[in-house]
Each structure stands twice: as structure tokens, then as C-alpha cells.
Design a binder for this molecule. Structure first.
Ligand SMILES: CC(C)(COP(=O)(O)OP(=O)(O)OC[C@H]1O[C@@H](n2cnc3c(N)ncnc32)[C@H](O)[C@@H]1OP(=O)(O)O)[C@@H](O)C(=O)NCCC(=O)NCCS
Length: 183
């Protein structure tokens, strides 16, 4: 039984080295883009971290790709904390923040599409996310052969509405492509 609760908050600039350590530990497994310390210092405030006590156990960045599209980047959860909902909570928090900031879509590029489908994302053609292709993909040595799935969830403002029965409406939950193929 873990002694402290899992909490979410914005990362601090001083925590950039910890973010780097967590991301680097998961680069291979998650096919994550390598990050640099300076870049993480500059963008620490875009990161949501999951903490247990004083320890950062999960993180992800809300990276704007355009005024309308934001991306989940560098999602990683420490191995000792896997399966306790940390990753889902971090992505959910990014989704709320993105919606509040006025973005219309949240996207992710991932080798783990089934994980994102469970959270309401759908697989889309890469070219539906031109912002990403034009900024990052064209400069990548694996352009057109990366094996990453482009995933998107629309950020409908009504998705935060609570129905009379106490449940939030489920919008866009049907995956565009069957989950079984990607599990
Ligand atoms: C993917 C990752 C962030 C999940 O974090 P987590 O905190 O363990 O996830 P949660 O506890 O919120 O969710 C666990 C559920 O997701 C499922 N899941 C985890 N990784 C998955 C994957 N790669 N594909 C499909 N499902 C996955 C688990 O089986 C579990 O399912 P269940 O609830 O039905 O038992 C974590 O495994 C990780 O850091 N992996 C290495 C880096 C990575 O892959 N990042 C994402 C790339 S964009």
C-alpha cells in the first residue's frame, strides 16, 4: 500500500533535470523523442507532473502545434507506478488545460495507440495533423517510415458538462479503427 496520494501539478523550471531523467528512462520503451535539458527548462511550465510525496512519478507536456492544435509530448510514468492511473490522469489534465486554453484538438504521436484509444483518441492519417508534419516530421530522419500512429481527440467544451445523473457525456469515444488490431 502506497503511503501518499498521487497528485497532479505544473512542473517547475528547477525540476527540468528530473523530467529529463524520467523521459530518458522511457525513451526506448515509449519511442519518445529525445529531449534536451535547456528545452525542458524553457518549457517546464507546460508539463503536468504526477507526484507521490515529493517524487515526480509521471509527466507529459502540453505542446502547442498551432493556435488550434496541441500535442501530448514526452508522456512517461515511472515503472514502479505503472497501472495506478497516473498516465491517464496526466493526459486527462492536459486535455482540460488544452480545452481551457482554447485549443480545438489534442493530438499524440505514439507507438501505443491502444492506450490512447482507451482515453478517447482516434487514429487519423498523419496529414490530418499538418502542423506536426510541417514542424517536426519533415526534419526527422524517419519521415514517412516512423511507425508512429497519429492520434486525435476533439476538445469539445461540452465534454466537461455533468449530466443530471452525475455522469459526464461521452463524446467521440468510438475509435475510428478497431482497438483489437492495436492491442
Ligand atoms: C504508457 C504509460 C504512460 C502508461 O502509464 P500508466 O500510468 O501505467 O497508465 P495507466 O495506469 O493510466 O493505465 C494503465 C492501463 O493502460 C494500459 N496500457 C499501458 N501501456 C499500454 C500500451 N503501451 N498499450 C496499450 N495499453 C497500455 C494498461 O494495460 C492498463 O490497462 P487496464 O487499466 O485495462 O489494466 C507508461 O506505461 C509509460 O510510461 N510507458 C513508457 C513510455 C511510453 O510508452 N509513453 C507513451 C508513448 S506516447
Amino acid at each position: 500500500m502506497k503511503q501518499s496520494h498521487l497528485s497532479l501539478r505544473t512542473a517547475k523550471t528547477s525540476e527540468a533535470p528530473k523530467l529529463l531523467t524520467l523521459i530518458e528512462a522511457n525513451i526506448e520503451e515509449g519511442h519518445l523523442l529525445p529531449r534536451k535539458l535547456d528545452e525542458l527548462k524553457a518549457h517546464a511550465m507546460r508539463f503536468v507532473v504526477a507526484t507521490r510525496g515529493r517524487t515526480i512519478v509521471g509527466c507529459a507536456e502540453l505542446a502547442p502545434l498551432s493556435p488550434l492544435v496541441a500535442e501530448v509530448r514526452s508522456l512517461a510514468v515511472d515503472r514502479s507506478e505503472r497501472g495506478s492511473g497516473a498516465g491517464t490522469r496526466v493526459v486527462d489534465e492536459l486535455r482540460h488545460r488544452a480545452r481551457r486554453a482554447g485549443f480545438e484538438k489534442l493530438c499524440a504521436f505514439t507507438h501505443a495507440p491502444a492506450y490512447f484509444i482507451k482515453m478517447g483518441f482516434s487514429i487519423v492519417p498523419h496529414l490530418w495533423l499538418r502542423e506536426k508534419v510541417q514542424t517536426d516530421c519533415v526534419n526527422c530522419p524517419l519521415f514517412r517510415q516512423c511507425g508512429q500512429y497519429a492520434m486525435v481527440v476533439p476538445l469539445d467544451a461540452t465534454a466537461d458538462t455533468i449530466l443530471p445523473g452525475g455522469e459526464a457525456p461521452i463524446l467521440h469515444r468510438e475509435p475510428a479503427i478497431s482497438l483489437a488490431r492495436y492491442a
